[in-house]
Design a protein around this ligand. Sequence first.
Ligand code: 9YT
Length: 134
Amino acid sequence: MIVRTLEEARTTDRAVKAENGNWESVRLSLKDDGMGFSFHITTIFAGTETHIWYQNHLETVYCISGEGEVETLADGKIHPIKPGTVYILDKHDEHLLRATSDMQLACAFNPPLHGKEVHDENGVYALDAEAVTD
Ligand code: 9YT
């Protein structure tokens, strides 16, 4: 069994920050744990808008705290997010993620992130082509 704490993981390279300051994320479980998914606690900061398109990954996102919305670009629909809301990117949905207050989100990725994904100057993951473009 593997046991970690968010508090401890925050002090390691499991914690990453967006270059533009929109979000930070702690990768509590990654590919090398062998679970078939990775598990992250991501904070989206109040007042930010982030364009995300995980073209090669599926992701489920559960809101623990804070409020905001997701706009799916294919249909222009806006989905409010509050504690208890889950959104499931089952179609690799391109979306805009907005926070009105700091949002703490629990995120699971399939396939798992290995944690070494490199963000370019736009925040795009260079490997596996999942995109967070701002
Ligand atoms: C909310 C969301 O899509 N989180 C993704 C995880 C984060 N970008 C990371 O750990 O890289």
